[in-house]
Each structure stands twice: as structure tokens, then as C-alpha cells.
Unconditional design. Structure first.
Length: 373
């Protein structure tokens, strides 16, 4: 089982994964209004599929830049896992037929969807296996986010400030470090010791973001961008570019995230200071998952790698390319849904982010880093 994977590597891998491409303990952290469906009973679960709200028809507008830092990640979703995803494949996979766009490589039937056709194998089956061996994972991930390191940030430009805006320019970037701010709209000087600088989460913090998330170090040209995002009844809806590199390094380990068919949604609070009930949903190719295993030291030809590969072949439930499935076609991706809470922040500038290491190229025969690059 996946539990046999090296705990340290698995912990860092999942913590990075959830930081993308996971709210306060004990709370129901989803917003039922985001589930675009009527309440459904048995046999009616897909009468109306779980999808983001549709683009409004109101007039477009303009406004100042607004950014939210995503933290308080939700990994332990329990029975609420359907509330963190969307129907990504257009199928209602439920008993007794379990109709789906594909079949897992290693088992006969795909896992069942949640109410509304929600696809979220990550929250339903993958994370519970890891949580059994690393019960403090969610707490450790949140602690790292509180420090502002590797924090995902959603930046909005052109939002009219109203509950409906048919077009906004949204970008996603990753923080390198943050610093407290004041009422001034001018960013403070870069901290002398960025590693020890900490945000205070009062809505006035400034963050320096990874320069490799922008074209030619230009803050106006983000690589992870949807210039046709929108706000519908207060819900921000952002589509992510397919397979764009999202790097989440952490100490000696890290992960490279590449999603397809991905989208992020979140409800803007009435006062505009928080982005509530954020969820990121999409498809993660098995190949891309296995490639980034090298970044945590899980290497081809080793037992841990084979265990990971075997587990993914059992829970794969979607195709990485939407619309490419059919009878007898094998699933080659897992569905993913994770949650966050967003707090208002400000983007100060660019900084060089830590590199993502290929640990398999620096391992000795005993599986211990040999001190190489």
C-alpha cells in the first residue's frame, strides 16, 4: 500500500500538492451555493451537475488590483470530499452501472462520484491513505502557509467591485516570502532577511512572488492567467491553462504540478476582504504525477515507486485530455479537488524562488542524498 512510502517524502509531496494545485478545523468549509444543483435524493444525484455558476450577462466594468493569498488548506475532507470538487468529466458514475469516460488500469470499475457527479478521487481515496501514516500533515501544511512561503496567490485586475462582472483578468502566482504592510499603497523595502520575514494577515501584507511565473520578469505578463475569468453572484471563476508548470518547492523536496481541465472558484466576501470556500478542481495525469515523484526522491526501479504506480493505477478515474475517453479506454489521470481560504494581500514585486531538485539524480545506492547538485 501507499502507506509504505517514505513518510517524509510523502508528507512534503502532499503538502506541496495541496498548496496549489486544501479551512479551519471543525467547520463546514464549503458553500452549498457553489454547488449548482438542487438537492437530490438517491437515483437523482446527477439531475443537475455540480458546476461553477455561469458567466453573468451584466455590463463589464473596471477597478483596482485585488489579490488574495490562499491558506488554511483542506486535505482531510472526510465525507465532505464531494464539496471540494466539481463534475470534471460530464458523467454521473454511480451504482449500479458506474458509467464513466474510462476504466482504471488495474481494476474493473471506476470509483463512484459524489452527489452532482463530483469527481474528487484525491479527497475520497488518495489522501485518507496518507493521513493514516501522517496525521499531522494538514497542520504542518497550514503552518507553512501561515509563514507565507510558497503561498498561492490569486490576483484580479479589472474587477468592477460588484457581485457580477462578466470579465476580469485573473492570474495565479506563488509567494516566495511576505512582509507586514501599512495603510500606504507603496510596498515596503525588501526585508533584509526574507527567510525570517512573516506576514500578519491583516489584509495589508505584501508578498514577493516567484519570477519564473512571469514572462521576462514582467509582473504584467503572468504565465498562469485567465484574462476571461468572471464573477457571478459574488463567485470568482478562473480557468487554469492546461499543463502549465506550477512549482512548489519545500526545503530539500518539492513538486511540479501540471493540471488539465482545471478551474478555481471562490466566493468574495461582502466587504471584499476574503475569498471564501475556495476550491481548485481538475485532472492530474498519472505520468505527470510519476515524473514529479523524482522531486521527492521516489525513483524509478525502487519499491516505493512501484507502490505509488500501483496505487495510482487502481484509483485513476478520468482522462487527462477531456473528451478522449470511451468504452474500454483506460483512465490516465486522477480527479482532484482541494479547498482554501483566501485573505487580502498585495503583490510587491518579484523574487527568485528556490529551485526544484531532481533527487533521483543525487541519490546513493542506499537512497540517501549524496551531496550532489
Amino acid at each position: 500500500m501507499l502507506m509504505n512510502l517514505d513518510i517524509r517524502a510523502t508528507t512534503t509531496w502532499l503538502a506541496c500538492v495541496i498548496a496549489i494545485v486544501p479551512l479551519a478545523s471543525g467547520c463546514r468549509v464549503y458553500d452549498p451555493d457553489l454547488l449548482d444543483r438542487a438537492d437530490a435524493g438517491p437515483g437523482e444525484a446527477c439531475a443537475q451537475r455540480s458546476q461553477p455558476p455561469q458567466r453573468p450577462s451584466s455590463a463589464d466594468g473596471d477597478g483596482p488590483e485585488v489579490a488574495f493569498g490562499l491558506r488554511m488548506v483542506v486535505m482531510a475532507q472526510g465525507n465532505d470530499w464531494p464539496m471540494y470538487g466539481y463534475d470534471v468529466d460530464g458523467f454521473c458514475t454511480e451504482q449500479p452501472d458506474l458509467v464513466s469516460e474510462c476504466t482504471p488500469p488495474a481494476v474493473e470499475n471506476p470509483p463512484a462520484d459524489g452527489v452532482g457527479g463530483v469527481d474528487n478521487v484525491f479527497g475520497d481515496q488518495f489522501f485518507p491513505l496518507v493521513e493514516a501514516t501522517t496525521p499531522d500533515l494538514e497542520a504542518e501544511a497550514r503552518e507553512a502557509q501561515e509563514l507565507g512561503q510558497g503561498l498561492p496567490i490569486i490576483r484580479m485586475r479589472g474587477w468592477n467591485g460588484e457581485r457580477n462582472d462578466p470579465r476580469v483578468d485573473a492570474a495565479i502566482m506563488q509567494a516566495v516570502f511576505g512582509a507586514p504592510g501599512s495603510a500606504s499603497e507603496e510596498p515596503p523595502a525588501r526585508p533584509d532577511d526574507p527567510a525570517s520575514s512573516r506576514p500578519v494577515w491583516d489584509g495589508r501584507d505584501w508578498f514577493w512572488v516567484r519570477d519564473d511565473a512571469f514572462l521576462m520578469d514582467d509582473l504584467g505578463r503572468p504565465l498562469i492567467r485567465d484574462d476571461n475569468a468572471y464573477v457571478a453572484d459574488g463567485v470568482l471563476v478562473v480557468r487554469l491553462p492546461d499543463r502549465i508548470d506550477i512549482i512548489f518547492p519545500a526545503d530539500a523536496y518539492g513538486v511540479l504540478v501540471r493540471l488539465t481541465g482545471a478551474q478555481a472558484t471562490g466566493r468574495i466576501s461582502e466587504d471584499g476582504t476574503t475569498l471564501e470556500n475556495v476550491r481548485v478542481s481538475g485532472r492530474w495525469s498519472l505520468n505527470d504525477l510519476l515524473v514529479t515523484a523524482r522531486n521527492i526522491g521516489v525513483c524509478e526501479g525502487e519499491r516505493d515507486y512501484e507502490l505509488l504506480n500501483s496505487q495510482l493505477d487502481r484509483i485513476a478515474d478520468v482522462r487527462s485530455t477531456p473528451g478522449s475517453g470511451g468504452p474500454g479506454v483506460e483512465c490516465d489521470a486522477i480527479s482532484l479537488g482541494v479547498g482554501f481560504t483566501g485573505t487580502r494581500v498585495r503583490v510587491a514585486g518579484l523574487a527568485e524562488g528556490p529551485p526544484l531538485a531532481d533527487l533521483c539524480s543525487t541519490m546513493t545506492d542506499g537512497g540517501v542524498p549524496d551531496g550532489g547538485t
